[in-house]
Design a protein around this ligand. Structure first.
Ligand SMILES: Nc1ncnc2c1ncn2[C@@H]1O[C@H](COP(=O)(O)OP(=O)(O)OP(=O)(O)O)[C@@H](O)[C@H]1O
Length: 634
């Protein structure tokens, strides 16, 4: 490496506050995993070479006559340093300042808000957030980055240096060859890394899948010194072929996992992966992974996606959002197309028929991977569902062609388990349906408690009919697309007239008809008392223990959905509720002899109570309290 430091302008800058925090955390929480620094730096070096190869498609001069991309790792025992260098894209001064001094990533705020101070938990969170370059400071007390961006003159290289405390220095220097060399000045206790055998072992373990050669100086036994000594010859220490291009049988699970960590910048093993070469009209290779944990920016629609696009082994772009539908945005991996042109742009991707074929094929593969996990590894599927279930639900609305398949993958909480855990599939539900039951019943609410205790469930509980309890924000939206499953319509327990006749015996039907008949005067009187406030008052078929509840017509927005829309700042039409009363309840029996004023008070109180039980906020809570006190004292 020919390089010399001739500072022209040197400047000391402070790290962004979050970087300081991250550095501190990293050093303290990741110490027991310290060797990952090598994986992270090699990973960055490999990304830098990928970027160069891509930019050079349009601008071959960037190669400056050197097209053999490679990563080199060297160490100097006397100096106590390790150097990781690459001949990739390099960084300009401004890029070094921005990339190595700040974190400009979505999810950063949320990440910091979730830290607990507990080392183990925080280590996992950092892993999830992505450790990257800053992991150098776990083993080094000083890091020097010497870099020249491809295409810039030799005099415009940058030297970035820091002790990881709070500041870094940047200086303009000369560097003959393009790319980046990172010198780690190891802390005293880290001598174990100043050893060719140790470095080779770590590189093979973590970075064997890197498709570029990783080189180290060959070592020979020196009998005189009685130790291994370095020669001047570079040798490649990894397999250096694109992992996804290898035969499945040539790749071990460990290698798949390490490759995942490299591309996903994750710390944990993936939950599952699928690796296939697709041939035929469209030719491509896919290696797709499902992570074990949701990233911080899962809900950020602009957040990073995880699929990298390659064309014939050449890296084209990260975040190729056209390659998978948005509801599978948690999938990470690589797609390598044999058909797309190397100069493919995002705009071309949008139009391309090849991309559509890839997208359809990958979607099917991911869904199969999930089918398989749901069937054969229920514990892993439960983890998946907990992390990504809400995103998968978006697919019900987004992906018409696969709606049935996605519906099979859905899991819900249900009255069958009496637990908030979402583990009941629609198929489980259908399998347990009562004889004569035609619909799949559900209730939507803000929380599990509100759903599980909803008065609308009373008759279902009494008859032992299972009801799904839906409490995720996306549920109402999803339900507008999920009308049926295996020809059984989905029905809200809080909408329309319940038709449970098929499940009632003759005696029950007769009794109900009698109650309805004898309650007519009560219903009419109450309807008058609540004029303008309700659409209708009617005798209930749902209640057993409660005096009243509110429902809406079949095709109207549920009160829960109205609230969701309003809280999202959208307009929702005012829908007057239907008040259903339970004339057999003791409270209603009292009403028969009440004078008009007391009757009106009771009617309004019942309506307000029913609204509260449904999860609504009252328009006039003070009036509710006054009215209740009046009745309590009467
Ligand atoms: N060897 C290198 N050559 C060129 N640029 C580099 C190199 N190493 C790091 N960078 C730049 O610095 C940025 C920050 O690196 P860092 O490792 O902290 O994060 P990252 O790789 O983007 O993501 P993650 O935090 O998930 O690892 C990179 O995105 C890249 O732009």
């Amino acid at each position: 490496m020919s390089q010399s430091e001739t500072p022209v302008t040197s400047e000391t800058l402070g790290f962004q506050a979050e970087v300081k925090q991250l550095l501190h955390l990293m050093i303290h929480s990741l110490y027991s995993n310290r060797e990952i620094f090598l994986r992270e730096l090699v990973s960055n070096a490999s990304d830098a070479c990928d970027k160069l190869r891509f930019e050079a498609i349009d601008n071959p001069d960037l190669y400056e006559g050197d097209t053999e991309l490679r990563i080199r790792v060297d160490f100097d025992k006397a100096q106590g340093t390790i150097t990781i260098s690459d001949n990739g894209i390099g960084m300009s001064r401004d890029e070094a300042i921005a990339n190595l001094g700040t974190i400009a990533r979505s999810g950063t705020r949320e990440f910091f808000s979730q830290l607990t101070g507990d080392r183990q938990k925080d280590a996992q969170l950092i892993g999830q957030f992505g450790v990257g370059f800053y992991s150098s400071f776990i083993v080094a007390d000083k890091v020097s980055v010497l870099s020249r961006r491809a295409g810039l003159p030799e005099t415009q290289a940058v030297l970035w240096e820091s002790d990881g405390q709070g500041e870094f220095r940047v200086a303009q220097v000369e560097k003959a060859d393009r790319g980046t060399a990172i010198v780690l000045h190891l802390r005293d206790a880290e001598d174990e890394f100043l050893n060719g055998w140790k470095l080779r072992e770590v590189l093979r373990r973590y970075s064997d899948h890197i498709s570029l050669p990783i080189q180290m100086l060959k070592e020979e036994w020196d009998a005189e010194k009685s130790e291994q000594v370095k020669t001047q010859e570079w040798e490649t220490v990894n397999q250096a072929s694109a992992l996804w291009a290898r035969q499945k049988s040539d790749v071990t699970d460990e290698q798949y996992k390490e490759f995942y960590k490299h591309i996903a910048h994750d710390f944990e093993d993936p939950l599952a992966w699928t690796h296939n070469r697709v041939e035929g009209r469209s030719e491509y290779t896919q290696l797709l992974y499902i992570p074990r944990r949701a990233p911080f920016d899962l809900w950020d629609r602009e957040g990073r996606r995880g699929v990298k696009l390659y064309v014939k082994r050449v890296f084209i772009m990260d975040d190729a959002e056209q390659l998978l539908p948005s509801y599978l945005r948690f999938v990470k991996g690589v797609i390598d197309s044999a058909d797309l042109p190397l100069n493919v742009s995002r705009e071309i991707l949008q139009e391309s028929r090849d991309v559509k074929a890839i997208r359809d094929g990958c979607t099917k593969r991911v869904l199969s991977m999930l089918d398989d996990m749901a069937e054969n590894r229920p514990d892993d599927y439960a983890t998946f569902w907990e992390q990504f279930g809400q995103v998968l639900k978006e697919g019900v609305g987004e992906d018409f062609a696969n709606r049935e398949r996605i519906a099979k993958l859905l899991r819900f909480a249900s009255t069958h388990n009496d637990s908030s855990v979402q583990n009941v599939s629609l198929a489980d539900y259908v399998g347990r349906m009562k004889e004569g039951q035609e619909k799949i019943y559900y209730v939507t609410a803000e929380s599990y408690a509100a759903a599980a205790n909803s008065p609308h469930l009373e008759v279902f509980r009494k008859k032992g009919i299972e009801v799904l309890l839906l409490t995720d924000r996306v549920d109402e939206w999803m339900l507008s697309y999920l009308r049926d499953f295996e020809d059984k319509p989905l029905a809200s327990v809080a909408k329309g007239g319940l038709d449970l006749d098929a499940l009632a015996d003759e005696e029950e039907k007769k009794h109900r008809a009698e109650v309805a008949e004898s309650s007519k005067p009560l219903v009419e009187r109450m309807q008058k008392a609540l004029e303008g406030k309700v659409k209708e008052v009617r005798v209930t078929t749902r209640l057993v223990d409660s005096p009243a509840c509110v429902v809406v017509d079949e095709h109207e927005l549920s009160p829960h959905l109205q609230r969701l829309l309003r809280s999202a700042g959208q307009e929702a039409p005012e829908v007057k509720p239907i008040l259903e009363i339970n004339p057999e309840h003791a409270l209603l029996a009292r009403l028969n002899d009440a004078d008009d004023d007391t009757f009106a008070d009771w009617s309004l109180l019942l309506l307000d109570q029913a609204m509260l039980a449904e999860g609504a906020a009252l328009n006039d809570p003070a009036a509710f309290v006054k009215r209740m006190n009046r009745l309590l004292l009467a």
